[in-house]
Write a protein that binds this ligand. Structure first.
Ligand code: FAD
Length: 469
């Protein structure tokens, strides 16, 4: 690594240019702070923009378009010689990423934020060294750590040539004939479905008894019923314990029901979670201790135990999601500027971009049950909804959970087409302290899938009209 000789002084340093870091930098600059943004990559945008949310959703969109076109036969619409060209799709994905990253750079530049391309490491609570650029170090007043996360690897997967999501997102010219996805979380499922759409025979191997453990089983079941048709196999209760190269492919050893099985495949994608990038940051020099998961403990203002150092996004506890990182970025920037901001959000929505999509916010039904919480639950199946019928997409369900006594909305869950676009209504309901009545008297446009939220609220309140009593 190159090390420069220039030493700088800075007012506010943000380490990491992802959706946490760059948003914090923009907000802090708008609030009058003199900001220096550091990222080791050539482009700004972090994992989300460069190798996460944006490229994955670009690929998913193309595959879903092709699936919808094939399915349209049922509606009397046929397409001849439908195919996906991976090279063109890769080009479109790269272009999308470049345009968005350039947009971030322009926003940053327009605010006079200094950007330094280098790898940062703490040498004290007010100083960092930098590797890879002209600047050797910075003495700062305040710092926001937003260094994100990286894919978790398994003891057998390190150096074995298996893919993580990073490699899987760079489409090869020809999709592998067979792909085993190790890990049935949202990233594994989303990418598995991309490759299935490109023609690979995809097997998902999951350690747990079911996929997407955090989501309610009734929502997951509806999704699984449909994606089973696209995937070659879903193997739950199975633990991959080893891998060996075999010719151009791999042989996986899998423990299942006390037996050891082998599975041959051309490619393997390991997606078993992510680890926060805190281990190589020299945090001990700054006086910061991480928790057992490697996360930086913070208060409601995203402040660490060292008061002039904040931490946001994937390096802090909670779901590793871009929208959580961005919200925390704004809170930290405002707190660093002396505002009384706090991350006091009631809920963080989660979305799985499978087809159908799954989304939820607030308490899930399984959590309510585990907590022994008295709730009213209203469910509305999409098969009873006009818009779902017009689309020919009737597999789906929306549910609303409310406190049994006050009818305060506690959670909203959904599975179906476009639910990623609908879950924000649930988030707003929770943030505003809405009741079932607020949801059910709100006029929802007809015919839309969003009517299902109103219908589910009616069901929870015992006032539904579109299902038999
Ligand atoms: P990051 O985006 O990880 O950015 C951190 C930046 O810091 C990186 O650019 C890194 O290079 C830089 N950095 C790290 N260490 C240093 C250092 N020492 N010095 C200088 N720079 C450093 N989230 C969603 O909300 N929705 C989705 O649909 C979604 N899809 C995803 C799909 C995939 C395949 C993946 C992998 C992730 C997805 N995520 C999604 C998660 C999302 O990408 C992360 O939660 C988000 O990027 C976290 O933002 P962040 O700002 O904390 O960090």
């Amino acid at each position: 690594m190159v090390m420069g000789s220039l030493r700088l002084e800075a007012d506010l340093v943000v380490i990491g240019g992802g959706p946490g870091g760059y948003v914090a930098a923009l907000r802090a600059a708008d609030l009058g702070r003199d900001v220096t943004l550091i990222d080791e990559r050539d482009q700004l945008g972090g994992v989300c923009l460069l190798e996460g949310c944006i490229p994955s959703k670009t690929l998913i969109n193309a595959v879903e378009l092709a699936t919808a076109a094939k399915d349209a036969k049922r509606l009397g619409v046929t397409f001849d010689s439908l195919k996906i060209d991976p090279v063109k799709l890769r080009g479109h994905t790269d272009k999308t990423v470049k345009i968005l990253s350039r947009g971030v750079s322009q926003l940053v530049k327009a605010r006079g934020i200094d950007v330094i391309r280098a790898r940062a490491r703490f040498t004290g609570p007010r100083s960092i060294t930098l590797e890879g650029g002209e600047v050797s170090g910075i003495d700062f007043r305040d710092c926001i750590i937003a260094t994100g996360s990286r894919p978790r690897t398994l003891p057998w997967s390190d150096g074995s040539g298996v893919w993580t999501s990073r490699e899987a997102l760079v489409l090869p010219d020809t999709a592998p004939a067979t792909l085993v996805v190790v890990g049935g979380g949202y990233i594994g499922l989303e990418l598995g479905l991309v490759y299935a759409g490109l023609g690979s025979q995809v097997t998902v191997v999951e350690f747990d008894q079911r996929l997407l453990g955090g989501a309610d089983p009734d929502l997951v079941e509806i999704m699984v019923k449909r994606v089973r048709k696209q995937l070659h196999a879903i193997q739950t209760d199975s633990k991959v314990v080893g891998v060996e190269r075999s010719g151009d492919g791999f042989v996986l050893s899998i423990e299942r029901g006390g037996e050891l099985e082998t599975l041959e495949t051309e490619r393997v994608l390991v997606s078993v979670g992510r680890v926060p990038n805190t281990d190589a940051l020299g945090l001990d020099s700054a006086g910061i201790e991480t928790d057992a998961m490697g996360c930086i403990p913070v208060d409601a203002q995203c402040r660490s135990e060292v008061r002039n150092i904040f931490a946001i996004g994937d390096v802090t506890a909670g779901p590793m999601l871009a929208h959580k990182a961005s919200r925390e970025g704004k809170v930290a920037a405002e707190a660093a500027a002396g505002h009384a901001s706090a991350f006091d959000n009631r809920a963080i929505p989660a979305v799985v971009f499978t087809d159908p999509e799954i989304a939820w916010v607030g308490i899930t039904e399984q959590e309510a049950l585990a907590q022994g919480r008295a709730v009213k639950v209203g469910k509305f199946p999409l098969r009873a909804l006009g818009r779902a019928r017009t689309l020919g997409r009737t597999e789906g369900l929306v549910k609303v959970l409310a406190d049994a006594e006050t009818e305060l909305v506690l959670g909203v869950g959904m599975v179906g087409p476009w639910v990623s676009e609908m879950i924000a209504e649930g988030s707003l309901a929770l943030e505003m302290g809405a009741t079932l009545e607020d949801l059910l008297v709100t006029i929802h446009p007809h015919p839309t899938i969003s009517e299902a939220i109103m219908e589910a609220a009616e069901m929870a309140a015992g006032a539904g009209v579109h299902l038999p009593r």
